[in-house]
Write a protein that binds this ligand. Structure first.
Ligand code: CU
Length: 118
């Protein structure tokens, strides 16, 4: 039995929903040849967001950032402390500075993976 997963619904996939288009147990007539190779809704997965560093807590590795909506993690505008991915990220952060940064949800922990002055 073959299952064909639809790849055309980028938005649904982005929400973590996989859609089984055909789950028949009959014959599937081989490759259809019309698989779209140009997803129309791919978001730049490394997009940076604007923010302002409000606080840097080096001992705990936390950076407080005031930011707008972060689409990739579904977060509305807020000021919140996030974990720095590593020492390099922590070192980039300076209180009061405007930055571009990338926040990702890594195993349930919101983590700043990239941060640079803008
Ligand atoms: Cu938040």
């Amino acid at each position: 039995m073959k299952k064909l997963i639809s790849c055309s619904l980028g938005a649904s996939l982005a929400l973590g929903i996989s859609i089984t288009a055909f789950a028949g147990d009959g014959n599937v007539n081989g490759p259809t040849g019309n698989i779209s190779a140009a997803p129309s809704e791919v978001r730049a997965d490394t997009a940076l967001s604007n923010g302002v560093v409000r606080k840097v807590d080096r001992p705990s590795g936390m950076i407080t950032i005031e930011h707008g909506a972060l689409e990739n993690v579904g977060m509305p505008p807020m000021t919140m402390a996030y974990k720095a991915k590593d020492a390099a990220v922590l070192q980039q952060a300076k209180e009061g500075e405007k930055v571009k940064f990338r926040l990702e949800n890594l195993n349930g922990t919101y983590t700043i993976t990239t941060l640079k002055k803008r």
